[in-house]
Design a protein around this ligand. Structure first.
Ligand code: NDP
Length: 256
């Protein structure tokens, strides 16, 4: 296979929730592979900072601040892309939040917020992107970020688990409906990765020890370790791969 299969030159990628953490690392990886990247988040200042960071590395980046869980905001963001002549060839549905509480104490508003941000938003943004991919007729790539909880439950994170389980099957639903338009929709399931989302867990010695003893790699993952899989799933190298989930977890789910 030629190296050219992984080349993203001439493509534009929207990575949601990419002001920091895994989203920023994936955006950087896609840009290093040649894509123009559109970063997203709700906080404009953090977003501008992330865009400047990538630009200073010589990468082609711009920002689009909107709330992925707000249907109207998503529609307006894509209308703005249309007006700028920006066509999204690659979408990474990465924005996500966590809320920890035992189910017996979990409030409906918190359940709803986590499901809306981690699952419904991927449908909303995916729908807008796919409508345009189909209209243009050039196919496209959608990567939905799952989790170890796409596969297995863990106490105190029920809505997150349900959302990430849903992400796996959302990718398959997208593949079922859009493969005939040459759109590939796959998921990435990261293991425990060192980001702001996990700050409290990293600083909890018991949890930190549990991660290191349960994972065959005996360490937390780094955000940049997701980038290679994202580039693969965004590139022509994966044109016949659809509806799959690839776990990037140090081998965690593979062992007893
Ligand atoms: P972070 O908390 O570090 O970053 C989350 C990003 O999402 C931020 O840029 C945040 O920006 C943005 N965001 C949150 N809500 C919204 C929203 N409604 N609209 C737009 N942007 C939003 O998270 P991680 O990098 O750790 O996680 C990224 C993804 O990876 C998530 O889907 C997460 O579930 C998943 N994941 C993470 C793992 C880990 O161990 N870290 C493991 C498995 C999966 P802002 O606040 O400005 O909106």
């Amino acid at each position: 296979m030629s190296q050219g299969s992984f080349d993203l030159s001439g493509r534009t990628a929207l990575v949601t929730g990419s002001a920091r953490g895994i989203g920023l690392a994936i955006a950087r990886g896609l840009a290093q592979a040649g894509a123009r990247v559109v970063l997203n988040g709700r906080q404009t200042a953090a977003l501008e900072q992330a865009v400047s960071t990538l630009a200073a590395e010589g990468l082609d980046a711009q920002g689009s601040a909107f709330d992925v869980a707000d249907e109207q905001a998503v529609r307006q963001a894509f209308q703005a892309f249309d007006e700028q002549g920006l066509h999204i060839d690659i979408l990474v549905n990465n924005a996500g939040i966590q809320h920890r509480a035992p189910m017996l104490e979990l409030e409906l508003k918190d359940w709803q917020r986590v499901i809306d941000t981690n699952l419904t938003a991927a449908f909303l943004v995916g729908r807008e992107a796919a409508r345009r991919m189909i209209a243009k007729g050039n196919g496209g790539k959608i990567i939905n970020i799952g989790s170890l909880t796409s596969e297995a439950a863990r106490a105190t994170v029920a809505p997150y688990t349900v959302a990430k389980g849903g992400i796996k099957l959302l990718s398959r639903s997208m593949a079922a409906e859009w493969a005939r338009f040459n759109i590939q929709a796959n998921s990435i399931g990261p293991g425990y990765i060192l980001t702001d989302m996990n700050e409290a867990l990293v600083n909890n010695p018991e949890f930190d020890a549990w991660v290191k003893s349960s994972n065959p790699a005996q360490r937390w993952g780094k955000p940049e370790e997701l980038a290679g899989t994202a580039v693969y799933l965004a590139s022509p190298a994966s044109d016949y791969v659809n509806g799959q989930i690839i776990y990037v977890d140090g081998g965690w789910l593979a062992v007893l």
